[in-house]
Design a protein around this ligand. Structure first.
Ligand code: FAD
Length: 297
């Protein structure tokens, strides 16, 4: 289906985009990569009268890292992040970026759009919850820094206010010895994951010193699996403790039945992926090079 008629505007700066979005009102939306928005418009979800193209605002697609942390501009595409030195330095970032859809989507879709869409199947919100990231916004009332964890309040509903833009995200560089993994399970490349799991952990004296686990496509928003983490924090990673964590994660999730599978099927995938994510992160934290990405079925 074709989208309903709309007016196209191009913004030259963040300030101009905020002004245009505020003046144009409720039917106006920021257009970044268009890989979610144009699909929604073609399906006639919502009444989008005006698109404000933010895609050519300069300086919003940078990827910077130093000892203190990582900063990624909202317009950095999935492909740009996948090719960046950051994806090699932090394999969990490469796992995620390389697993998103296909080359076409990765070349257009942006990390900011992935967060702003409020879609529980998108990969970046899961990865960034795992890394305890913050997002940075600018809007008619000024700038804000918000935790990614909890930014999506409900299905497609975020904490963004009218006219407010995500300008970037940042997270602290994981401590030495801490390692992560991002694993997903999907039907084919240009499909969203059926389930995805991010894990970041550190070990001390053979025990799990700290761990964060997040899941995507497992409920109406990204799930931060705190009960699963509690099953492992301060404990030894054994098949039994991993199984308890995987069971706890299933209890924290609320997957829905859809074309990707039944609830029982998704629960079984959650169990497998939580264990696989933890095991991969554990091996990486001990210096092993382990390749993982989304798997297809
Ligand atoms: C076939 C297909 C397969 C896909 N598979 C996957 C997948 O496996 N994993 C995955 O994670 N994603 C997948 N996607 C989604 C893709 O990653 C999108 O690019 C992403 O979700 C949205 O980013 P975008 O830049 O295209 O945003 P847009 O589509 O331009 O915008 C999406 C929404 O976010 C808002 N927005 C965009 N940028 C900002 C900003 N900076 N500030 C405030 N609001 C903003 C827009 O107004 C709109 O409401 C898939 C998409 C397609 C078409």
């Amino acid at each position: 289906m074709y989208p309903a008629p709309f007016r196209y505007h191009r913004a030259a700066s963040v300030e101009a985009a905020i002004r245009q979005l505020s003046e144009l009102g409720e039917g106006a939306r920021a257009l970044a990569g268009g890989q979610s928005l144009l699909v929604w418009m073609k399906m006639r979800f919502g009444d989008f009268t005006d698109l404000v193209d933010i895609g050519r605002i300069s300086g919003l697609d940078t990827i910077e890292q130093d000892a203190a942390g990582v900063r990624i501009g909202a317009l950095a595409t999935h492909a740009r992040i996948a090719r960046s030195p950051l994806a090699k330095l932090l394999p969990i970032v490469g796992d995620c970026a390389n697993g998103i859809a296909d080359n076409q989507v990765r070349s257009r879709g942006t990390i900011g759009g992935s967060l702003a869409s409020g879609d529980p199947a998108c990969d970046w919100p899961v990865l960034l919850t795992t890394l305890d990231a913050k997002l940075h916004t600018q809007g008619p009332d000024g700038k804000r820094d918000l935790p990614v964890d909890g930014f999506v309040e409900d299905l497609y509903v975020t904490k963004l206010k009218p006219g407010e833009l995500i300008t970037g995200i940042s997270f602290a560089m994981p401590a030495r010895g801490s390692a992560g993994a991002y694993v997903g399970f999907k039907r084919c490349a240009p499909a969203y994951p059926t389930i995805s799991v991010g894990v970041q952990l550190s070990l001390k004296d053979g025990q799990c010193e700290d761990i964060r686990i997040a899941l995507g496509s497992a409920g109406l928003t990204t799930i931060h699996a705190r009960a699963a983490e509690a099953e492992l924090r301060g404990k030894t990673l054994t098949p039994a403790s991993l199984a308890r964590a995987a069971d706890a994660a299933v209890d924290e999730c609320d997957p829905v039945e859809d074309q990707r599978g039944s609830i029982a099927f998704k629960q079984s995938i959650i169990k497998v992926l939580v264990k696989r994510g933890i095991e991969t992160a554990r091996r990486r934290s001990q210096g092993e090079t382990v390749e993982v990405s989304h798997e297809y079925y």
